[in-house]
Ligand binder design. Structure first.
Ligand SMILES: [Zn+2]
Length: 605
């Protein structure tokens, strides 16, 4: 595809979590998986804003009338997260980090920061709004295909994590609510899918150059917006994997092209008005599982006719994603129904050819018409079919204004209508902040840091990159400075590869190791109280809380050698495996299996 000719315009929005304390309280930014200590229940209501208008998205959410359940922890969430107490002062470290990033991209920093409230009514914020503060504007980064402007850099609070959802209830957890998030929004300057990837990578690199950004899965989220000349700006949320970004853009362009084609074909035509038919008695003997299940729940089978739509519903918009998938997606989100069938895919799913003819006759379908069928409770059928009809009408307009969710294969699904503008109003509980009192120092860029580690500490590129990108870079610098006798490569290894090995081979969580644990480790190592060959065993003992220096003290290679030699001498005819077993038993926790086996081989040869 010639993206220049198609007029592709794309922008990226990145959300990056920060380490430390929450944005408006002193709780830690700890994500937890253990059982919560308490729950609270709330309902949210949409109200008109100052302009007198009520947000469309908010209204739609209220129609669903859900109860929101929030799970909290008494030691790591407080009254701010439950919205029972006003927010505290803004976290100064988080603000400083955002100011640093602003400088890195040459953005213009606002002299005064005003925190705003952004309406959110899906329940993911207990207050019904998200606090957000614009920190700087008009930055710029360079890519190989030209510059990309940074429209805005904001600091905001993360929302609750969703645990589960059913028809009546949404369950959220409060641990993630309030974690500081840096939001970076670029201008729509990106012109190709590859440039989109390059931009995301570059911004990711800048973020990781900052001292306190969170690392790991789920700590950074990328949204991409895409439009083509004849199309419309569509927001695609949740690109998990950077590598998927070019495909995501490509497939959204394809979807828009297909929808424009359909719009042109429909030009001058009109859709029949909405009429819903009850086919329950007509299909009462049907063997279709979905229909049988609906009847069992005292439900119905209902359908609508779409004039002139024959062949249209099966049209592919993205690989394995058809107009019919779009219909079904809307029906599912608006009414929660699963079984949506259309004439382009029938007979199938237990619905016979004979039944299809009966349906067509009942709906007065001509050869050029199509129909859509739903089996569920009467009310759900009606809501679902109305949603399908609405989506069919939108085909005449081209591309509907909506927010879509990225799938793993690069296709997208309808998520919700595009929220209207003017959803923000000032947060009056937090005083305005003057930024000129901050003396902002530029952080060292990640690329520079990797180069420095290679040059100054003689690390191989991979190891230099590994340690520079990890959250242990600061500790690494501390130890190379304090312990000149220990090789920097070994220090880097302990802080990266060995931790990875502990996780992979021993299924233990190396995150349990504190900075103090590492400080102890290198101190004992420098004092020759532990040997570097048993680093793994020492760290494992520390994770298990079983570390005791007395156990290791004085046990150098010499000692290990002596013990193994004694075992061999006492068991002259024992086979290798048995000797190994005896040595491991004797030296448990004092020498690693690797060291024992090597020593054993040396001594028996
Ligand atoms: Zn708190």
């Amino acid at each position: 595809m010639d993206y220049y000719k198609l007029g592709l315009k794309s922008g990226i929005e990145i959300h990056q979590q920060l380490e430390g304390k929450k944005l408006f309280c002193e709780c830690p930014t700890l994500i937890r998986d253990d059982a919560p200590d308490f729950i609270i229940k709330r309902k949210l209501r949409a109200v008109a804003g100052e302009s007198g208008k009520t947000d469309v998205a908010a209204q739609q959410e209220q129609i669903r009338n859900k109860t929101f359940v929030y799970q909290g922890y008494s030691d790591t969430t407080c009254l701010v997260e439950t919205d029972s107490e006003p927010p505290h002062e803004m976290n100064k470290d988080a603000l400083y980090t955002t100011l640093q990033l602003s400088k890195l991209v040459n953005a213009h920093i606002s002299p005064i920061v005003q925190v705003m409230r952004k309406t959110v009514i899906d329940g993911s914020n207990t207050s019904g709004f998200q606090r957000t503060a614009l920190i700087s504007r008009n930055g710029v980064i360079e890519t190989s295909e030209g510059i990309v402007r940074i429209d805005n850099l904001s600091l905001e609070e993360d929302a609750c994590k969703i645990i589960s959802e059913n028809e009546n209830e949404k369950i959220y957890r409060l641990d993630r609510l309030g974690i500081p998030l840096i939001e970076i929004g670029t201008a729509p300057d990106i012109k190709t899918p590859q440039q989109c990837l390059e931009t995301a990578k570059k911004l990711g690199m800048l973020l990781r150059s900052l001292p306190n950004v969170k690392r790991g899965l789920g700590t950074i989220r990328q949204d991409v917006n895409v439009s083509i000349k004849e199309g419309r700006r569509i927001e695609v949320k949740g690109a998990q994997d950077l590598k998927m970004i070019p495909k995501l853009v490509e497939l959204e362009v394809k979807r828009q092209l297909e929808l424009v084609k359909i719009k042109n074909e429909l030009d001058g035509k009109k859709l029949n008005s909405l009429k819903i038919f009850d086919l329950s008695s007509l299909l009462k003997k049907s063997q279709s599982k979905v229909i049988l299940a609906a009847f069992k729940d005292k439900g119905k089978v209902m359908a609508l006719r779409l004039e002139g739509f024959f062949g249209m519903i099966g049209r592919e918009l993205q690989p394995n994603y058809r107009v019919g998938t779009e219909f079904a997606g809307r029906a599912k989100i608006k009414a929660g129904v699963k079984g949506v069938f259309h004439s382009d895919e029938l007979p199938n799913y237990g619905i016979s050819e004979e039944e299809v003819s009966l349906i067509k006759k009942e709906l007065k379908c001509s050869e050029k018409d199509a129909f859509v069928l739903v089996a569920a409770s009467e009310n759900k059928c009606k809501v679902a079919l109305s949603a399908v009809y609405e989506r069919a009408l939108e085909l005449f307009e081209g591309i509907p204004k909506e927010v879509r969710r990225a799938q793993e294969d690069g296709t997208t699904r309808f998520l919700r209508p595009m929220p209207g503008a003017a959803r923000m109003y000032p947060e009056t509980d937090i005083p305005m902040i003057k930024t000129n009192s901050y003396a902002v120092e530029l952080p060292e860029l990640l690329e520079e840091k990797i180069k420095r580690y290679q040059k100054k500490f003689n690390l191989a590129f991979d190891l230099a990159e590994f340690i520079a990108k990890s959250d242990k870079a600061k500790l690494f610098e501390e130890f190379v400075k304090s312990y000149k006798t220990i090789k920097p490569a070994f220090i880097a290894d302990v802080l990266t590869s060995i931790l990875l090995e502990i996780k992979r081979k021993y299924q233990l969580d190396p995150r349990k190791l504190t900075d103090e644990n590492f400080r102890d480790f290198f101190k004992y190592l420098s004092e020759d109280k532990i040997h570097k060959d048993i680093a793994l065993d020492v760290l494992i003992d520390m994770i298990k809380g079983k570390f005791d220096i007395k156990k290791y003290a004085g046990l150098g290679t010499e000692e290990i050698h002596k013990i193994i030699k004694a075992i061999i001498d006492n068991n002259p005819n024992a086979p290798m495996g048995a000797l190994m077993g005896l040595c491991v038993k004797e030296l448990a926790g004092k020498a690693s299996g690797k060291v024992i086996s090597e020593e054993l081989k040396k001594l028996t040869n």
